[in-house]
Design a protein around this ligand. Structure first.
Ligand SMILES: *Cc1c(COP(=O)(O)O)cnc(C)c1O
Length: 314
């Protein structure tokens, strides 16, 4: 599904030097690459602040905590996503409320959001599935009318855009994963939260590092240990410099698939909504006979995967 060895070969010199430099510095926790990656990633997204965390699941879970989501609250999201979106809600003691997805982009159907809101709704979490941005404009409209924040699950959408604005700048805050197979992947677990709201980013940063205040042993709110470690930050800094090129190369592959697969019976190809650009994390097709298609491709040595075999409400 993804050839990380081939990717490493292209950047081996830069990556090896970045790793060696961290090893020489021994600043394994909160080394200078951490703050540098945060500012570079924030700038790349076009957003004011970024806070590195241990992984994408923590990014979501800790954001919900930073919003004050807790028992008795409801969070509106979708069932067609990776399990972490739901876990973040349940881990905070809240209840996920699922709205269906649009059949073309497979992302949250904005027209169904309003009916899912109750006085207990605290937050709306659209997912930019497969790298395609959710229909943010109408979702933000509904949210604004009800005074609710919108948190983007951008774990698959590094570089996705709506009207030239990147994922991460569309909602109040956004969560990214740098799981190795994502468009921007670490060599281990890593994640980040970005937001234009500096206070929110600061609250998140505090929670992700033991509720810390100004001095090391100030613990002013209940926090945890979910820091982005320096080695991963150093690797991510190298890869971030290549991400635009890699995303462009993804678009070229998508165009090739589109040409080659046009008109194949029983196959629905992915499409972009007008005004939206997918980060093309995955090229996901619908097939009338999925099992037969997978078996035939496997015979040709072509791996496929089902994203996702079971929607998370099941
Ligand atoms: C990958 C992913 C996550 C979780 O990220 P991790 O870094 O693996 O914890 C959350 N949401 C979605 C949609 C994802 O694809």
């Amino acid at each position: 599904m993804v050839d990380l060895a081939a990717q490493y070969e292209r950047i081996r010199g830069e990556v090896d030097e970045a790793i060696a430099s961290v090893l020489r510095s021994t600043a394994f926790i909160k080394g200078e690459d951490c703050a540098l990656f945060e500012s570079e990633f924030a700038a790349w997204c076009g957003v004011r602040a970024a806070c590195g965390v241990a992984n994408g699941t923590d990014a979501l879970t800790l954001c919900l905590r930073a919003y004050g989501v807790g028992p008795g609250d409801e969070v509106v999201t979708v069932a067609n996503t990776f399990i972490a979106t739901g876990e973040a809600i349940l881990l905070n003691g809240a209840r996920p409320v699922f709205v269906d997805v649009d059949p073309v982009t497979y992302t949250m159907d904005a027209a169904q959001v309003e009916a899912a809101l109750t006085p207990r709704t605290k937050l709306i979490v659209p997912v930019h599935l497969y790298g395609h941005p959710a229909d943010m404009t109408p979702i933000l409209d509904v949210a604004a009318r009800h005074g609710l924040p919108v948190l983007e699950d951008a774990a698959q959408a590094h570089g996705a855009e709506i009207g030239g604005k990147r994922a991460g700048t569309l909602g109040h805050a956004a969560c990214f994963s740098f799981y190795p197979g994502k468009n921007l992947g670490a060599y281990g677990d890593a994640g980040a939260v970005v937001s234009n709201d500096g206070d929110f980013a600061a609250r998140l940063r505090q929670i992700a590092n033991h509720g810390g205040g100004t001095n090391k042993y100030d613990n002013v709110v209940l926090g945890t240990n979910s820091r982005l470690d320096t080695l991963q930050a150093a690797i991510l800094r190298v890869k971030l410099r290549h991400l635009d090129t890699w995303n462009t190369e993804r678009r070229e592959r998508v165009a090739a698939y589109d040409r080659a697969l046009a008109g194949v019976p029983g196959l629905t190809l992915p499409r972009e909504r007008a005004g939206a650009r997918s980060a093309w994390h995955l090229y996901t097709v619908r097939a009338t006979d999925r099992g037969a298609l997978q078996a035939a491709l496997k015979d040709q040595g072509i791996p496929t995967a089902v994203h996702y075999p079971r929607p998370i409400h099941l």
